[in-house]
Every structure is written in C-alpha cells, then in structure tokens.
Design a protein around this ligand. Structure first.
Ligand SMILES: [Zn+2]
Length: 315
C-alpha cells in the first residue's frame, strides 16, 4: 500500500499526517508553528515531527511515496517555493520542497491550502465522483479550490480561485484586504459578521449575542445566538448567506459545476448560512447551471488539508 505524508501549515499550528491509499489517516500529529521564531525554526520542528512519524510508524523514508505541504499563501507549485504567506510572517521565497527533499529524499510538492482542501474533498470527501466542483472555505477570508474536468485549476501563476475577491459592486463598498473595494470577502467573512453585529448593537438593538459575548463578539457567538432564535443574529447570517450566494451565482454560471462544497469555520454555522445561500442561487443563477449544481457542506473538516496535501504528489 502506498503511504504519503500530508502537512497542513497554519498560522498557529502545523498538522502532520501519514495517509494511506484509501485516504485514511494512519498517524497524525500537530506542532506549534511559532512563526515569530523565524521560518527556520518551523522547518526544524517539522523535520523533527516527520522523523517522529517515521519512528512511530516504523517506516523508512523510502517507504513513503511522496510528501505534500499546504500553505495559506502564494505558492510557486512548479518549483515548490512558498512565495508569501501573509499569516505566517517570515515565509518569503522559502524553497520548502527542496529543503525537505534534501533532508528525507522523499519527493515533495507544495500548494495553496484551500486547493489542498479541495483535493481532499474531491478524492475522499463531499466531492467523490465529481468532475467539476468549487470548494470554498468561509472563515477569516473566503478562498476556493476549483476542479475542472477532474483536475485542480491553478492558473497562469498559481493564483486561480480567489473567489473572495469577486466584485459585488461597481463603486464603493467596504475596503477589502486586497486593496480594492466591494469584494465578496469584505461583505461576508468572519470579521464582517463581527462588524455587522457590533453595528446593530451601536444602533441600539438588543440581542442575545450581546449577552453571550465574553467580552468580544465572535462569529461563533453570533451563530449560537442565531440558532437560539435571536432575530438580529439570524438576520446577520441571512445577509452573509445572500452575499455568498451572489458571489457563487457568478461562479456557477461561469463554470457549471456539479457541486459547490462549503467549509471553513463560519460555514460550521450550518443551515442558518446554507439556507440563504441556496435560496439566492435558486433565485439568481441561470436555469441549466442551477439545475446541475448541489450545494453541500464539506465532509472532511479540518483533516481535508492534510489528506489533500498527501495527494499532491499525484496531481
Ligand atoms: Zn478583495
């Protein structure tokens, strides 16, 4: 049985897993990223964690078919270089694949973490059997991995899939992290839920999430309040869902996917977010495209990244 290593690098933690041919995780571990210590520190911790994995599973490096890394940022996939990872300071032009191949002799690939999650869902999660799908994550930002004709889409410079920066307005709109205004992500993401929730409080609305806040309002608290029936919290998720539904309508019209898979921290809110997304698409997408598409939650949760990364060697 072919076994591969998948590594999902985040701003706080690095998840490491040994994944079997069937997509099952055989061994997993998590270590702190400690970006403030410099990228060499994180690389050394990852090397130690990989050595631990080999020791614990009684495998040699030669038993591993390949190793893959998912990073939140801009990746040069052809050369295995992390160009820039905004949430992991210090990771600029780091040739991670070469470094790891030099250490272990295991063929190594690198890609963007949203794309590795899409690869995981395509092969072993909600996207099994699909040829065309859009896998979006809604959290602090909105990202997506695209699969067309069964293949991951990377684009001319590995930057395809920036669904969060679809424009929803001609002029104005909230300022986005990309520097432009009116992007989907600036209307509908974790921080915009919090901003909207605070606006309602300033406007004098009495809400359940205000009581639940401890002391900060988080997307999770607003979701809890919405599920407990708080009308203001429900309204916030309805507006979020309508914005996401608008953005997805453009993507569905453009790509005609069989499935849109939605994951990420904010998406864990469930029906209070999915219902307005589905209603907006049903109302606004073109007939043929909307009849073909199913809107479903991601299945692999926070293991999609490591499972997908382990598959990079063959994709
Ligand atoms: Zn933007």
């Amino acid at each position: 049985m072919a076994q591969r290593i998948g590594i999902d690098v985040g701003g706080t933690n690095v998840k490491i897993a040994l994944v079997g041919d069937d997509g099952k995780i055989i061994y997993s571990n998590s270590i702190p990223t400690r970006a403030e210590m410099g990228y060499e520190y994180t690389i050394n911790s990852m090397k130690e964690a990989i050595k631990d994995l080999l020791k614990e599973t009684k495998l040699q490096a030669s038993d591993i078919e390949g190793m893959g890394f998912g990073f939140p940022g801009q990746i040069d996939c052809q050369n295995g270089i992390v160009r820039l990872a905004p949430n992991i300071p210090g990771w600029v032009n780091v040739p991670i694949a070469k470094i790891m191949e030099g250490e272990f002799g295991i063929p190594t690939r690198v890609d963007n973490d949203v794309r590795t999650a899409a690869l995981g869902e395509l092969n072993y999660g909600a996207g099994v059997g699909c040829q065309n799908l859009v896998c979006i994550t809604v959290g602090t930002g909105i990202g997506s991995g695209l699969v067309i004709n069964g293949k991951l889409v990377r684009g001319a410079s590995n930057a395809a899939g920036e669904l969060g920066h679809i424009k929803l307005t001609m002029d104005g709109g909230p300022l986005c992290g990309c520097g432009d205004r009116g992007c989907l992500e600036a209307y509908a993401s974790g921080p915009s839920i919090v901003a909207m929730a605070e606006d309602y409080i300033r406007g004098g609305k009495s809400t359940k999430y205000r009581e639940l806040a401890n002391p900060d309002i988080t997307p999770y608290i607003v979701a809890v309040a919405a599920k407990e029936g708080d009308p203001v919290a429900k309204q916030i998720f309805r507006i979020m869902g309508e914005y996401i539904g608008m953005g997805l309508t453009s993507v569905i019209n453009l790509l005609n996917p069989e499935k849109v898979i939605i994951g990420g921290g904010v998406a864990a809110a469930g029906d209070i977010l999915f219902d307005p997304i589905k209603e907006t698409i049903a109302k606004r997408a073109m007939t043929i495209q909307k009849e073909a598409v199913e809107i479903v939650p991601a299945q692999l949760g926070n293991t999609a990244g490591v499972i997908g990364a382990s598959l990079l060697i063959n994709s």
